[in-house]
Each structure stands twice: as structure tokens, then as C-alpha cells.
Design a protein around this ligand. Structure first.
Ligand code: BG6
Length: 487
């Protein structure tokens, strides 16, 4: 069966501002919830740096949840002896023309990036947006237009202005819904003439920590309250976007790590069904517009007593349903009875190889979940992240022979083409994470590289930042030129 994709298929790459953009204290940008996260590695987790009321410095693991013993009064602080990767990232802020040209050289017709919320509203609550911040993204979008590359804008990629996090305990407060809707409206009014595809949030089912949600202890009650408020914020933004930007289409991005039962033992199968619902909860509510019948059982499981909802929320969710389902896919997982919920990566799958970071490589899992989502929601899909973090060895000219990345993409793109061509799953496009090397979200290091383009920078931010295409760059160019036929 041919791997050639339907005409109009969107090919591109995906990035996130605090991992890519930098320009932390330029252009009036405010402080973001991620700005206090240190670098780390697989063995040494990232930390937040905080100061308690009595002046002591503490640095709890950032991972996904601020530890229970972090005092309520602890405030973020920057320490001179720490490296904070979001501040410089890989400096797209000053390299955007060069980077966009390189991406255009591969034939990208779409580029997914996130707008940095605190670049537009530095503390989240100003009356007027920051004009310099809007101008930066104007320049980016206009530069892309020169190459016929359209934007796919993530309105909020796992982040918020620090002021909103501290003042309101992040998304637990409905005040943040208002701040988000005002921010989204500004983006629609300002960029809507040049952008038709929007994502209201990134990996909404996976964001559970202080960095992404601004919630100090985003577990149980607080987590599910925050999620509800995000559902309402997204639905309001979708309705507003449809009104202000004719023809616009909206998704929210889900982390789809396909979960398999570890065995066919009935207890493992049932646990797998319940674990699946941990994720379907998000897609069901936002894709179908209402809370599913299993929600109550799921809340009980997480000790959630009562989610505060306004009377009009039901109608808002129904009217603000998503137009397409966007998702990231990197790996699959297995689960068995007795495992903790969200035990991502807790079990080995004996049938799969793993990346150096222990992520199982499962191309067929991509085809599996494309079918699964479409069977359930019946809306077009958009694969907005997929890729392989690897340790690249550059030669003296900074050239990398990344055959392993080519193999990974060859297998995953073939599986995607089969889902589209054989299984008839509609899919708008594919944006690979991340076309240019950038800072890893989970470990904060540069060593975990994804790009088609090498960036000369190490884990502590040293290097010339020079961009050099890898072997996979020309390979991908050919795949895009043939619209998949060369796979
Ligand atoms: C997704 C995120 O979870 O995975 C990205 O949307 C992230 O922000 C990507 O970078 C890959 O994860 P990591 O930890 O390897 O950077």
C-alpha cells in the first residue's frame, strides 16, 4: 500500500517557548512558572529553587508535583550558582529568521510554536498586552509567511505567568480562566488573520505540576478542580475563536502514551481499562463536550470530594467542543493490577527496544492509538509531537549521522501513513518534536536531542548556538517532497 499522503497534508515541526525561545529578560517578558526550574539529568531530577519565610533556601524536585514538605509560604528565588535553562533556551528569540529558513529548507508548510503567556501579559493581569511581545510573534509569523509556512499556535504550553501561580494557586482558581480568556482573545484579535489552527493547551492530561499548572500540590481535589477550570477556559476560548477568527479550528493536545495490559489476566485487563480512563477523561470531556459516566468513579479513586462548577459550565463545555484531536506520541507503556495510576514507564515491555532514556520504541502503537481515538471521538486527528531523544555525536564540523533517528521516523511515519491510507483515519498533519535541538522538558538537558538540526550548546548553556543540519535533515526533506511516497 502506498505511503503517499492526501494532498494538503501538513508537514512540520513543533516547539515550546520555554524550551526553545529564551529572551527571558528581553522585550518586556514577565516571569513564567518554569523560570525557577534548574537543569537536571536522568539521574539528577530538575529542582525548583525557593526561599522560606525564615530565609532558608530549599530546592524540592520539580518532577511533576511539589513535594508535600514544601512550606506554603516558600517563594521562588533565583540562585547565582544554578543554571535555569528557560532563560536562554536555544535562543530562538534572536535566531528565528535563521531557524525558519532552515525549517523551510526541509519543505515545512506548518510550524507549531507556543506563545509565551508572560511575554504578552507579563503578570497575567495587566489591562493591556505587551506590544513588544506581540511584535515578536508578528515578526515570527510574517517570516514564516515568506516561505508559505502556516502557524499552529499553542496558546498555553504547560506554563503560566508566575504571578497567577502564586496569587491564585494557579488553575484551581476561576480567576485564571478569566486571565486565560483575555490572553486568548488578544491572540485571536492580533494573529487571527494569519493563523487558522490553534491548540488551547499542551498535554492537558499529563500536566500535574507547579510549572505547568501553577498549582502547588496538583494532586487529588486540587488537580481535578484545576482540570475542570482548564476545560472551561478551553471551551470559552474555542467559542470566542470561532467567532473572532472565521474558519479557525481548535484542538487541545493530549499525551498519548498508548497503555497495553501487561498480561491477559482479567485483573490486569480491568486495571488497564481504568488506567485508560485516566486519559480518556480528558479527550471525552473536551472532544464530546460533557463529563463521562465513569467520572464519579475516577474522582473517588483520587479522593476528589467535590468539583466546583458554575451552572453555565455544562453548556460552555458542550458549545466549546474541539474541532480536531491533537496528540503527542513518543512511546507505549504497560500496566498491571496494583500499579499506581499514571505509572508511565513503570514496567518494561519485553517486545520493545528502548531509547537511552528508557522510552520504549513502538511505531505500531502510533497506528493503534490513531485508530482508537478516531473510533471513539470521530474527529480529525493532528499528530503534533513525535520524535526520538538521542545522544548525538557531532563531528568537528558539527555534523551528526543520526541514522537511528531516521529509522525511528521511517517506522513511525509509515505507521501513520497506514492508519491514514489503510484504516482511513483522517489526519490533518504531522509536526515532529522538535525540528531543532532544544532543552528537554523532563530533564532540562541539551544532551537529549531530537532535532533535524544540531545546535552547538551543552547542558549548562555553553556553546556557539550554531545551527547545523544533521543527516536526517535531507532525509526528511525528501519524505516531505514526495508527500510520504518515499517512506
Ligand atoms: C512532551 C512535551 O511531553 O514531550 C514537550 O509537550 C517535551 O514539551 C516532549 O519536550 C519531549 O519530552 P522531553 O522530556 O524528552 O523533552
Amino acid at each position: 500500500m502506498t505511503k503517499k499522503l492526501p494532498d494538503g497534508f501538513l508537514w512540520g515541526g513543533a516547539t515550546a517557548d520555554f524550551q526553545y525561545e529564551g529572551g527571558f529578560n528581553e522585550g518586556g517578558r514577565g516571569i513564567l512558572s518554569h523560570d525557577y526550574e534548574t537543569d537536571g539529568s536522568q539521574d539528577n531530577p530538575r529542582h525548583h529553587t525557593l526561599k522560606t519565610a525564615d530565609g532558608s533556601i530549599i530546592s524540592p524536585k520539580s518532577s511533576f508535583i511539589l513535594a508535600d514538605d514544601v512550606p506554603e509560604d516558600a517563594q521562588p528565588v533565583f540562585l547565582d550558582d544554578q543554571y535555569y535553562p528557560s532563560h536562554k533556551a536555544v535562543d530562538f528569540y534572536h535566531h528565528y529568521k535563521e531557524d525558519i529558513k532552515l525549517m523551510a529548507g526541509m519543505g515545512f508548510n506548518v510550524f507549531r510554536f507556543s506563545v509565551c503567556w508572560s511575554r504578552i501579559f507579563p503578570n497575567g493581569e495587566e489591562e493591556q498586552p505587551n506590544a513588544e511581545g506581540l511584535k515578536f510573534y508578528d515578526d515570527v509569523i510574517n517570516e514564516m509567511a515568506k516561505y508559505n509556512m502556516e502557524p499552529l499556535i499553542t496558546i498555553c504550553h504547560d506554563e503560566m505567568p508566575m504571578n497567577l501561580a502564586l496569587k491564585y494557586n494557579g488553575w484551581t482558581s476561576r480567576k485564571v480562566i478569566d486571565a486565560y480568556v483575555k490572553y486568548a482573545k488578544t491572540l485571536f484579535e492580533h494573529f487571527g488573520d494569519r493563523c487558522r489552527y490553534w491548540l488551547t493547551f499542551n498535554e492537558i492530561n499529563a500536566v500535574r505540576g507547579f510549572g505547568p499548572t501553577g498549582v502547588r500540590k496538583a494532586t487529588g481535589q486540587d488537580r481535578y478542580q484545576a482540570d475542570h477550570n482548564m476545560f472551561v477556559a478551553s471551551a470559552k476560548a474555542v467559542q470566542l475563536g470561532h467567532k473572532l477568527v472565521p474558519g479557525s479550528q481548535f484542538g487541545t493536545m493530549y499525551a498519548m502514551s498508548e497503555v497495553y495490559p501487561a498480561t491477559c489476566k482479567p485483573e490486569d485487563m480491568f486495571h488497564h481499562l481504568q488506567e485508560h480512563r485516566e486519559n480518556w477523561y480528558f479527550i471525552d470531556i473536551m472532544g464530546r463536550g460533557y463529563y463521562p459516566s465513569y467520572a464519579r468513579e475516577l474522582w473517588n479513586r483520587h479522593d476528589v470530594k467535590d468539583i466546583k462548577m458554575d451552572p453555565e459550565d455544562k453548556e460552555t463545555l458542550m458549545k466549546g467542543q474541539l474541532d480536531f484531536i491533537a496528540f503527542s506520541y513518543y512511546r507505549s507503556n504497560t500496566t498491571k493490577a496494583g500499579d499506581d495510576w499514571f505509572n508511565v514507564g513503570g514496567n518494561k515491555n519485553p517486545y520493545l527496544k528502548e531509547t537511552p532514556w528508557g522510552w520504549p520504541v513502538d511505531p505500531l502503537g502510533l497506528r493503534y492509538c490513531m485508530n482508537e481515538i478516531y473510533d471513539r471521538i470521530q474527529k480529525p486527528l493532528f499528530i503534533v509531537e513525535n520524535g526520538m531523544g538521542a545522544i548525538d555525536k557531532a563531528d568537528k564540523n558539527d555534523y551528526v549521522e543520526d541514522d537511528y533517528r531516521i529509522d525511528y521516523l521511517q517506522d513511525h511515519l509509515s505507521a501513520m501513513a497506514d492508519a491514514i491510507n489503510i484504516d482511513k483515519v483522517p489526519c490533518l498533519g504531522y509536526t515532529m518534536w522538535a525540528p531543532i535541538d532544544l532543552v528537554s522538558l523532563s530533564t532540562g538537558e541539551m544532551k537529549k536531542r531530537y532535532g533535524f538540526i544540531y545546535v552547538d550548546m551543552d547542558d549548562k548553556g555553553n556553546g556557539s548556538l550554531k545551527r547545523t543540519p544533521k543527516k536526517s535533515y535531507n532525509w526528511m526533506k525528501h519524505i516531505i517532497e514526495t508527500n510520504g511516497a518515499a517512506l
